[in-house]
Design a protein around this ligand. Structure first.
Ligand code: ADP
Length: 610
């Protein structure tokens, strides 16, 4: 056996192997693309077998020559049908190919077995032109696809070019000079082998090659997805995953997530609305329920309920793959395309990998959310404990004084009923009881504030007059508190709460200042807002404490409980009152020089407009 015979036998073997591979697939997963592939390689296998038989039995009868020619010419035509399975071949081209085929068969029948040169030339020209057209269609489709599909398309187009050229050379060889014929025959054998190998890689690539071709896209997807679990919302993650899956497959991608509370799959549409699907309903619900990928080459038939939507979106093929992490069913990945993909098995494999990766990302996200919830619960518990210990501590001191003083008064009154009343002791009881009542009121207000119901009924209030009243509350200190206001500033507020706000600020200004240093309240109107400032020349607030000074239980580092009683709730309540009125509060302060608290309230009806 010569080297060329070996090449020829090898080529034939390759084609027969491809035929067996595509035929098995066509039986297992019937589709028009699989049927056309089987037809194509079946025809090649038939020609090979006939040629082998002819070598044993003797000259081929004329009718068999005609059949062989018909089948040979049908090859590129079947390839054209295959192209039409996944992209659109214009009908004029299909009709021309059919006419050309019919003309060739008639000419071969009329002249077999001699086949004059013009007929031979016609047959090879037809083969060549149609093969090259198909090759270019495969190249164009390859450009539009990604990963494995793209490589397989490229291999198929190379196979078609090599086969077309092979047949062209085979047809021209008898016309060549006898000296050139041997070289042309060798070239022919090599082209034949090349086409066989290229078709093998395109139509029946071994798994190792498929994985290698898949790797770059998958790697890119993985690289992008590493940071996804940290995106702000699950919807952001879903959008990124959809984007990544669309890029990796060259199709449109959608992800539906299972919502435990309503027991439905939820899809987020581009217009911001959501669409829910029950388990077992539609293709997505079925893939989710069965926990396996579902591939439909005719979604309108397989899921008539969504026919209108498929038509409007020009969807001709749907692939639904469940997204599952271990036992946890998280959702489905849906890939849609205008036409069924030619290499569906590769796409199903890739979709499965992408869905698994999506599951990992969504699961990490769920873990992050869970950890955040646990942290928030711990924080809430900690706050509650802080609150209780602060409250208990702050209530205990005045309460101890009240109880001790009251017991002392009781003992004294029992011992000497006629003695004059201890006015100073009684005053102490009253003062400390008032302080207690104030602390309890603050605690209640802080709780109300948490529930957003601090501010109640509103009425027109003149802040200038109110400031005067607050300033005058503590009669003894009249000279210390001063109001600067040129005109009334009227807004619609909860009078009691705004009074409480001003009182808190003025009390703080006095509390955190040396005795009898002045406190100034300024009231004016500016840029459509009511503005109030409360200024003191007291101890000031360290810059580092300023950002947290309006938070619950926050006290500056320069105050301690022995010199300045307090719970750190006053400013928290002030901010609540101002914000519930739709206003702002802030402070400017310099340590040792004093503080100015600023309040801006809306003049309108005091409600937030949003
Ligand atoms: P409390 O006065 O009960 O501690 P507040 O919420 O009213 O609680 O004030 C929080 C903290 O802000 C105070 O502990 C104090 O450190 C600081 N602060 C408030 N007002 C003034 C002020 N006018 N001058 C200096 N520091 C102040």
């Amino acid at each position: 056996m010569s080297a060329l015979d070996l090449v020829s036998a090898l080529t034939q073997l390759v084609y027969v192997v491809i035929f067996l591979s595509v035929a098995t697939r066509a039986v297992r997963e019937p589709s028009s693309a699989h049927a056309d592939m089987t037809l194509f390689f079946g025809a090649v296998a038939f020609i090979i077998v006939v040629a082998r038989l002819a070598a044993v039995i003797g000259p081929t009868p004329p009718w068999l020559v005609t059949v062989e020619i018909a089948i040979l010419m049908a090859l590129p035509y079947v390839l054209l049908r295959l192209v039409d399975d996944f992209t659109k071949v214009r009908s004029i081209i299909s009709r021309a190919a059919e006419l050309g085929l019919a003309a060739g068969i008639v000419a071969a029948y009329a002249t077999a077995p001699t086949l004059p040169t013009p007929v031979l030339l016609y047959i090879v020209a037809y083969f060549f032109v149609v093969s090259i057209y198909c090759a270019s269609a495969f190249i164009a489709a390859g450009r539009r696809s990604r990963g494995v599909t793209r490589r397989r398309m490229q291999a198929v187009s190379l196979g078609s070019i090599l086969l077309g050229t092979d047949i062209l050379i085979a047809g021209l060889t008898p016309l060549a000079q006898p000296v050139d014929r041997a070289a042309l025959q060798a070239l022919q054998q090599l082209l034949g082998l090349g086409s066989g190998v290229a078709y093998y890689l395109g139509f029946a690539p071994p798994p190792i090659l498929r994985r290698a071709w898949q790797e770059p896209e998958l790697r890119a997807f993985l690289a992008r997805s590493a940071s996804l679990p940290r995106l702000p919302t699950t919807l952001d993650i879903v959008r990124e995953l959809e984007h990544g899956a669309a890029n990796s497959t060259g199709t449109a991608a959608r992800i539906g997530l299972w919502q435990e509370d309503v027991a439905r799959l939820r899809f987020w549409q581009d217009d911001g609305t959501t669409a829910d699907v029950e388990a077992g309903q539609q293709l997505s619900g079925r893939a989710f329920e069965l926990q396996r990928a579902i591939f439909s080459t005719d979604p309108i038939r397989d899921n008539p309920d969504a026919a209108a939507s498929y038509r409007s979106r020009n969807v001709g093929a749907v692939l639904a793959a469940p997204i599952t992490a271990g036992e946890r069913r998280l959702g489905v990945l849906i890939l849609t395309a205008a036409r069924p993909p030619i290499f569906a098995a590769s796409d199903i494999e890739l979709a499965g990998l992408l869905a698994d990766q999506a599951a990992v990302i969504l699961e990490s996200r769920a873990l992050i959310d869970h950890a955040a919830r646990v942290r928030a619960r711990e924080e809430a518990t900690r706050l509650k404990e802080d609150f209780l210990s602060a409250a208990a501590h702050d209530l205990k001191t005045p309460l101890t004084t009240v109880v001790a003083q009251a017991e002392f008064l009781e003992r004294r009154a029992t011992r000497e009923p006629t003695a004059p009343a201890d006015i100073a002791g009684i005053k102490r009881v009253v003062r400390e009881s008032k302080r207690l009542a104030g602390l309890v009121a603050d605690l209640l207000d802080a709780t109300r504030l948490e529930q957003g119901r601090l501010v109640g009924e509103r009425e027109p209030v003149d802040l200038a007059t109110l400031a005067q009243e607050v300033c005058g509350h503590d009669g003894g200190d009249r000279g210390v508190c001063e109001v600067q206001a040129n005109a009334p500033v009227v807004g619609v507020y909860d009078r009691r709460r705004v009074e409480q706000l001003l009182e808190n600020l003025v009390e703080n200004a006095k509390k955190y200042s040396p005795q009898r240093t002045p406190v100034t309240i300024r009231v004016w109107q500016q840029d459509g807002e009511a503005r109030v400032t409360v200024r003191d020349l007291g101890i000031g607030i360290p810059a580092a404490d300023l950002p947290r000074i309006f938070e619950r239980f926050s006290r500056a580092s320069n105050v301690d409980d022995r010199r300045f009683h307090g719970m750190g709730l006053g400013l928290f309540i002030c901010r609540g009152i101002v914000e519930e009125h739709g206003g702002r509060i802030w402070v400017e302060s310099e340590i040792g020089k004093g503080s100015t608290f600023h309040v801006a309230l809306p003049i309108g009806d005091g409600r937030r407009l949003n």
